[in-house]
Structure formats: C-alpha cells, structure tokens
Design a protein around this ligand. Structure first.
Ligand SMILES: [Zn+2]
Length: 449
C-alpha cells in the first residue's frame, strides 16, 4: 500500500458487529483499510489501550441558528458535538424553520463555514402546506411533524397527518413525529390554568403519558396504513415503546427514538429543579428498574437509536418567567455519548450497542449510511478514540454548548473520548474542540445530487 495520510495503530476497533484489535489506514478523509497489517502513513496515532469507534451520529439536534442564537449557534453547538465525539448531526430549529426549498438553500448557504461537524438539515411539516416531494428531492434529511402545537409550530390533526404520510410514502420520505395529543394537552392546560396552578409539577398533568400514548397510537396506525416511514421522537417510557413495537409487528415501518433524559432523570425531579426539568414529553421514570427496562429495550432494538434532542437554554433563560413561559428543552450534545459509554461500562449496553444506536442505526434511518455511521473501508474517516478506563464527573462548567449547564451535573461517568476525527481531520482532543468550521452539508436520501 502506498503511504497514506493517517494510521491509527493498535486500538480495539468496535463496530456493531463486534470488536477486534486492528490498524486503520485513512487517506483523503476516507477509511482505506481496517486490519492487522501496519500501513505506512505520514501521521501515526498510537491507540494502544483505546477503543476506536465510529463517530456519533446525532439526528435530533436544535442549534437555533439562524433563529435564537442567544440560546445556541452552529459554531458552539458543533464544538460541543466534536468534543463529545459526535461527527454528524441532523439539525432543525423551530424558531426559523425550513418550510420551503428556498428556505433550505438559504440555510445551507448561511451555514457555510459555521459547522465543526458534518450536518444534514430537516424540514418542518406545516399542516396542508408542505411540498413534501420538492423538499425531499432538494435534500432535507427528514420532515419534523408535530401532532400538537408546540414551540410555535402548528400541530397536525389525524387528517393532516394522513395527508402528510401519504405524500411521504409517495416520495419515499421519512418523518420524525413529536407525539402528544393536541386535544388532551389543550384540555389539561385549560384546567390547570383555571386552577391557578403555577408549580413545576403541573408539567406532569399537562403533558401526560395518556396524551403521548394517544398521539403515538394514531401516528403509528397512520404510518402503517399509508405505507410511510417514520420515527416516533423521544419515546418517554415502556408503555409508549410497546405501542411502537406492536405496530411494527403489524408491518409499520416505524423507528423509536430514545433520549438519555428519559433513562436517567426521574419524574419527581421536576418538583425540585423546576424549569431545568421542563421538556416534553417529561421524564417518567420513577425507580431504577424503570431505567433498567429502558436500557433493555434499547439493547433489544425496540428503541431503534439514541438522540440527544439537544434543545438548549441558558440558566438565565430557564429562570426567566414562570413554568408556563420558559422554553421547553435540555442541552444534550455535550453529554449523550458520555452517558452511552458509561452505560456500557455499567453493563447496561455493550460498546457494540453504542456503535449501533448512536452511529449505524440513525445513519441508516436518515440515508447517511454507508458513508456515515460505519467504520469500514470506503466510509468517511469519522472516528473517535476512547479511553474506557477513565472516570470523570460531568460538570456544568465543562459544558461547551451556550447552555452552560447539564441536567447530569455531578454525575460520575466512565469512559472518555480522547480524540475525534472528522474525515481524517482531528477536530477535538481531550474535550477541547479544535474545529475550524470544516463541517460539510449532507444531502438527505431523496436528493438527486
Ligand atoms: Zn426536539
């Protein structure tokens, strides 16, 4: 083999298929070989004692740019991603949504040079107004669909949802569906406001598990009946996952997205932490066994993949107004990979599962695979080197996101990403982002170009 750009030597290479000791040759930003032979390279990296895994693929990320850059922007959010070991994101923001092909082109142009990781962009579906075929062909990664009016985005009734899925099935497009039933959340809100409730605990009554279940049942049924393909966003508990599984067994082409906050945070924390636990659906786990069951569902593939649902606000923003008024959402890009590696160290997952649920499976769901989410010859050289033996404490002061805090502050985690490579370029080391805005736009699966 002629001399290549980069060789990563002596690490334990982990993919969803298993692990083995191997050397990796990288040239021109692409993985050229993975094997026992030692490539001749201009740059050698000793990975002895380290795991080498595909970079994270986080497909549910809000970077608020353009839109609400006081909360986050692409340079800060993607710096957090790179430092955490995430090399590909799919982004969409509610403040300035992509609704037309022109919106997509404008956002793509605006973001040139602003991203430190590779990125796709999703569109927002607007009831009765969305050019599904046009946007899909223009290269959006997926359509974000709400069943309830949230963050200023209108919800889809069953009829509007059916129309969207019919158009999506025809175009071959995929959707990410936020499921909470509009009539149930609206009725609950009226009642709670009538009662004068302002305590943070009202979130649990307002955004009930029943409202989530009703919306999931309707969306899942319509996905099956229309032959569309969709992901149920941020599935909050086992009962919801069971609905998805049941419709999948009836033939629905349905994925279920998991997020760390539903595993690690507990329902009753909202009383103590208030708006810092305001996200929707809210956390529903009550006891450690609830968490253990969710990890089992992720391990067994009932949950298809993990995303952060990174939706940051600063502590000041979270403190500005009462529980009704503050933004929904949590920061998560900084912490999701750490939590997955820690889950592997604790035995909830295998490292192979981490490569599956946070690289391969999301890349496949949104048409990024085999270029992304895969550690094999021909794939982009998006690689992370992990020291599985290091234990550290997650701390607010280490958060790179503009949020400046994490709901997992003071949690001890095992495993640390020591280097992140994006197409063979070192973009973060020991938690320090080195990014120079080299992230590229990735077209979705419907794009002709
Ligand atoms: Zn979201």
């Amino acid at each position: 083999m002629p001399e290549v750009d980069l060789a990563i030597l002596g690490g334990t290479v982990v993919t969803p298929a298993g692990r083995r000791s191997a050397n990796i040759a990288v040239d021109g930003g692409v993985i050229r070989s993975v094997g026992s032979e030692r490539p001749a390279a201009r740059r050698n990296v000793d990975a002895t004692g380290l795991l080498v895994m595909p970079g994270g693929v986080d497909t549910h990320v809000h970077l608020m740019d353009p839109g609400s850059t006081d909360r986050e922007d692409f340079p800060t959010g993607t710096s957090a991603a790179a430092a955490a070991g995430v090399t590909t994101i799919v982004e969409h923001s509610h403040g300035q949504p992509v609704r037309t092909v022109d919106d997509l082109r404008a956002k793509r142009d605006y973001l040139a040079g602003r991203s430190n990781v590779d990125f796709g962009l999703a569109a927002h579906a607007w009831p009765g107004q969305t050019d599904v075929a046009g946007l899909w062909a223009a290269g959006v990664s997926f359509f974000k669909v709400f069943t309830c009016t949230t963050h200023g985005v209108p919800g889809h009734s069953a009829a509007a949802l059916r129309d969207h899925f019919e158009a999506s099935a025809l175009a071959g497009a995929v959707s990410l569906v936020h499921c909470e039933d509009e009539s149930l959340t609206e009725a609950a809100e009226m009642l709670l406001r009538d009662q004068g409730r302002r305590d943070p605990g009202l979130l649990l009554d307002w955004r009930s598990v029943t409202a989530e279940l009703v919306a999931v049942a309707v969306a899942a049924l319509l996905v099956r009946r229309t032959g569309a393909r969709a992901t149920i966003a941020h599935v909050s508990n086992q009962e919801v996952a069971d609905y998805v599984r049941a419709e999948r067994m009836r033939g629905a082409r349905l994925a279920a997205e998991a997020c760390p906050q539903y595993f690690l945070l507990r329902e009753d924390e909202v009383h103590e932490h208030g708006s810092l636990r305001k996200f929707t659906p809210p956390a529903r786990a009550r006891i450690d066994d609830d968490e253990a069951q969710l990890w089992r569902l992720l391990r067994e593939g009932v949950f298809s993949h993990m995303s952060s649902d990174h939706a940051p606000s600063t502590l000041d923003q979270k403190g500005d107004g009462d529980i009704w008024d503050v933004h929904f959402g949590l920061p998560g890009l900084d912490s999701t990979m750490s939590i997955l590696l820690d889950a592997a160290a604790r035995g909830h997952l295998a490292y192979e599962d981490v490569a599956r649920v946070y690289s391969e499976a999301p890349a496949k769901q949104y048409g990024l695979w085999p270029r992304k989410g895969r550690l094999a010859p021909g794939a982009d050289a998006d690689l992370i080197l992990i020291d599985p033996t290091t234990t550290r404490i997650l701390r607010n002061e280490d958060v790179i996101s503009k949020a400046g805090w994490t709901p997992f502050d003071s949690r001890a985690v095992s495993g640390r990403v020591v280097q992140t490579y994006l197409r063979g370029e070192l973009v973060a080391e020991n938690g320090i982002p080195l990014g120079a805005g080299s992230g590229r736009f990735l077209s979705g699966a419907g794009s002709a170009s």
